[in-house]
Write a protein that binds this ligand. Structure first.
Ligand SMILES: Nc1ncnc2c1ncn2[C@@H]1O[C@H](COP(=O)(O)OP(=O)(O)OP(=O)(O)O)[C@@H](O)[C@H]1O
Ligand SMILES: [Mg+2]
Length: 338
C-alpha cells in the first residue's frame, strides 16, 4: 500500500452527499455523509430537484469537515487524487459532485478520476477486507441495481445476470410504501421481518424454476399488493410483520438461489455482496449459512452510499493507469461494464 497517497472521495449520485479522505487502499482518514432521507420521506422517494439543491448546500461544509478530520491543511500539496462518482445516478445530483471535483482538481492541480458508482459499491468490500482478491462473484444489490458480476480482476468485470425489472431495494421501498411503513423501506421491513412468520404467506420466489441467472421483483411486489388488498377488503388488521417476513423470505431466496447458480456456472465459491440491500439481516444470515462459500460482507454503514467506497475504487483504478481530464461529464446511465 502506498501510505502517503491521499484520495479525496466525493459521492452525490442520489440522495446522500458524502465526502471521504482515504489513505492508500483502505486506511480511512475521514468519512462524512449528509443524508437527505428526512427531506424526501414525505414524498415516499427521492425528489431529484430537491436532491441536487441539498447536495449543493452540503458539499463544501463536508469537504471542510473531512479535511479538518484528516488533518489536511494544504490540499494542493497533500492530496494525490480526487475521485468522484460520475454515474450512474440522477443527473442533477451527479452534476454537483462532478463539478465540485473538477473545480478543485483544476485549482489545486490534483489529478481527477470519475468513478462508476457500482464499482464503488464493489470496493466497499475491498476497504473492509484485504483478503478479498479476484476472481470472485459480487452481488450488487441496491436501490437501483440488482446484478451478479464476475470480478475476473480489478477493473475486469463480467455481467453474469441482472434484474429484468425492479431492483431489490426498489421492491423493498415499494412494499414498505404500500404497507405505510415510510421511506426507505429496506431497514424497516428487515426489522419487522425478524418479528414475523416467513411462512405466513407463500409469496412467489421470482424465477425460481429457471436456470437463468436473472432477477425479477415486480411480480413479487404485485403479489404483496394483491394480498394486502384482499386483507383490507375483509377488514382484518394487516399482519404487517408476517407480510414483511414472507416478502423478505421470497426476496432473499431469489437472491441467494441465483448466487448459487452463479457459483455452479463459474466454479467460483468466493462471494461478496454490496449495495444498500447488502445491509439486510436475512440476506447476511442466509449467505453465512453456506459454509462452502467464502463470504465477504461490508459493514452496514458501507453498504449504502458513502464516499469511502468511491475513494477506494478511484485509488485502485488510478493505480491501473486510469485518469480523467476536465472534460469529465456526469453519465446518469453509465454501465459498469462499458
Ligand atoms: N436492511 C436493509 N434491507 C433491505 N434493503 C435495505 C436495507 N437497508 C437499506 N436497504 C435498501 O437499500 C437501498 C439504498 O441503497 P443504496 O444507497 O446502495 O441505493 P442507491 O444508491 O439509491 O442505488 P444505486 O446504488 O443502485 O444507485 C434502498 O432501496 C433501501 O431500502
Ligand atoms: Mg448506491
Amino acid at each position: 500500500m502506498n501510505s502517503n497517497f491521499l484520495t479525496l472521495g466525493i459521492e452525490s449520485s442520489c440522495d446522500d452527499t458524502a465526502v471521504s479522505v482515504l489513505e492508500g487502499q483502505r486506511n480511512v482518514k475521514a468519512d462524512f455523509i449528509s443524508s437527505q432521507i428526512k427531506e424526501h420521506a414525505p414524498f415516499g422517494g427521492v425528489v431529484p430537484e430537491f436532491a441536487s439543491r441539498m447536495h449543493l448546500e452540503a458539499i463544501l461544509p463536508l469537504i471542510q469537515a473531512a479535511f479538518s478530520q484528516a488533518g489536511i491543511s494544504s490540499p494542493a500539496s497533500e492530496l494525490s487524487l480526487i475521485a468522484v462518482t460520475a454515474g450512474p445516478g440522477l443527473m442533477g445530483s451527479l452534476m454537483v459532485g462532478v463539478m465540485t471535483a473538477k473545480a478543485f482538481a483544476q485549482s489545486w492541480g490534483v489529478p481527477l478520476l470519475g468513478v462508476n458508482h457500482l464499482e464503488g459499491h464493489l470496493f466497499a468490500n475491498v476497504v473492509a477486507s484485504e483478503d478479498l482478491l479476484p476472481p470472485f462473484i459480487c452481488l450488487i444489490v441496491s436501490g437501483g441495481h440488482t446484478e451478479i458480476i464476475l470480478v475476473e480482476d480489478w477493473g475486469q468485470y463480467q455481467l453474469l445476470g441482472e434484474t429484468r425489472d425492479d431492483a431489490a431495494g426498489e421492491a423493498y421501498d415499494k412494499v414498505a410504501k404500500l404497507l405505510g411503513l415510510g421511506y426507505p423501506g429496506g431497514p424497516v421491513i428487515d426489522r419487522l421481518a425478524q418479528q414475523g412468520n416467513p411462512e405466513a404467506f407463500r409469496f412467489p420466489v421470482p424465477l425460481k424454476g429457471s436456470n437463468e441467472i436473472a432477477f425479477s421483483f415486480s411480480g413479487l411486489k404485485t403479489a404483496v399488493l394483491w394480498t394486502v388488498n384482499e386483507l383490507q377488503k375483509s377488514k382484518t388488521d394487516l399482519p404487517v410483520a408476517d407480510i414483511c417476513a414472507s416478502f423478505q423470505r421470497a426476496a432473499v431466496t431469489a437472491l441467494v438461489s441465483k448466487l448459487e447458480r452463479a457459483t455452479e456456472v463459474t466454479g467460483i465459491q468466493k462471494i461478496a455482496i454490496s449495495g444498500g440491500v447488502a445491509a439486510n439481516k436475512g440476506l447476511r444470515k442466509e449467505l453465512l449459512k453456506r459454509k462452502y462459500w467464502e463470504v465477504f460482507i461490508p459493514p452496514v454503514i458501507r453498504c449504502t452510499d458513502n464516499a469511502v467506497m468511491i475513494a477506494a475504487a478511484g485509488y485502485n483504478s488510478f493505480q491501473r493507469g486510469n485518469i480523467s481530464d476536465l472534460s469529465l461529464a456526469p453519465n446518469p446511465s453509465w454501465h459498469l461494464l462499458s
